[in-house]
Design a protein around this ligand. Structure first.
Ligand code: ADP
Length: 319
């Protein structure tokens, strides 16, 4: 099984500590993150072959992204480089309970050219046809130009008709869209091409105005989503699959340090398990385990050593 994740990776600046004396200045740790990139990293750590598909510049930060992807065993052969461009940047702010706020500088990011250039698109289509599963998000769609997005939609239809599976997370970020209405119409089109929708209820509420999960379940049923997973933070995960609605408890996490990457890492645990033959219920448990590791650490990507460490009970901690 091989999965390709499509999207944007950014330079990440995450607060590490507050220095004494000179007011509230945070020390910042520099790393790399992006929703589909985070998921790709944790899927690879889960033992599934992954390719990351994006565009980068020819700057040192882009070089470092390639190095990091390679060090995770992720295939970078479909990544194009745009001279004179460099990746976007974002900063994380955390509240005392681990919630996070983001500020972005990403308007010029090369990933915005995804699927835009006809010659590169042709090469990419051939490459993606060889994948068993494609993973993309509402952020992937939000940063693409409308013509490129339309081309991707046409491609997904062909890809699925030939047996490929598509996994999608709406990851609604209002600032990336002209309006909620614009986001809804694009997301709706792509959900109709999703075999697996891994949605966060908070995002669904913001995007569609859902009060209860029922309306989210009904809507995605109407879109034809066969496998719907609804993440709700510490609340049980909901699964709508083969006519049944199942609620799966989220084990308590003793120290929630930073929820950055919670949903992304959940998706990774889920998809890695599903691609390795697990049932959706078992895949949710794997998603919860993966997210639990990540939210106990600052930043979206936790060091490999921490990730693969064994916990106090001696059990393998990796998802
Ligand atoms: P997102 O990061 O998209 O906002 P959620 O906040 O719904 O996603 O969290 C995704 C997953 O991360 C949850 O399904 C759960 O597995 C885990 N998670 C998030 N917050 C907590 C928490 N406070 N305690 C335990 N697990 C959590």
């Amino acid at each position: 099984m091989k999965l390709a994740a499509l999207g944007e990776v950014m330079v990440e600046l995450a607060p590490q500590a507050v220095s004494q004396g000179s007011g509230q200045k945070a020390l910042l740790a520099q790393s790399y993150a992006g929703d589909t990139y985070n998921t790709a990293v944790y899927i690879a750590r889960g033992g599934v072959d992954v390719s990351y598909v994006t565009l980068l510049g020819e700057d040192p930060y882009s070089e470092e992204v390639l190095t990091r992807l390679a060090s995770e065993g992720i295939d970078t052969s479909a990544i194009a480089r745009l001279p004179g461009r460099c990746p976007g940047l974002y900063m994380i702010q955390n509240t005392a309970d681990g919630e996070r706020y983001f500020t972005y500088w990403r308007g010029e990011a090369p990933a915005r050219e995804l699927f835009a250039d006809p010659a590169r698109r042709e090469v990419l289509r051939d490459y993606l046809r060889k994948m068993d599963c494609l993973y993309l998000s509402g952020i992937t769609l939000a940063i693409m130009n409308p013509e490129a997005r339309a081309e991707l939609l046409v491609f997904l239809k062909e890809y699925r008709a030939n047996g490929g599976r598509v996994a999608f997370d709406s990851n609604y970020r209002p600032r990336l869209w002209a309006s909620a209405e614009a986001a809804r119409s694009v997301v709706a089109e792509f959900l109709q091409q999703a075999d697996m929708a891994l949605l966060t209820f908070e995002d669904e509420q913001a995007l569609w105005g859902d009060e209860l999960p029922d309306s989210c379940i009904k809507r995605n049923g109407d879109f034809g989503v066969a496998e719907l997973v609804i993440k709700r933070g510490a609340e049980p995960v909901l699964l709508q699959y083969q006519g049944d609605l199942v609620s799966v408890e989220v084990p308590a996490v003793s120290s929630v340090v930073d929820t950055t990457g919670a949903g992304d890492s959940f998706n990774a645990g889920y998809l890695a398990a599903r691609l390795q033959g697990a049932s959706p219920e078992d895949a949710i448990a794997a998603g919860n385990r993966c997210a639990a590791r990540v939210i106990g650490h600052r930043g979206a990507i936790i060091p490999r050593a921490d990730y693969f460490a064994t916990d106090a009970s001696g059990a393998e901690a990796a998802c």
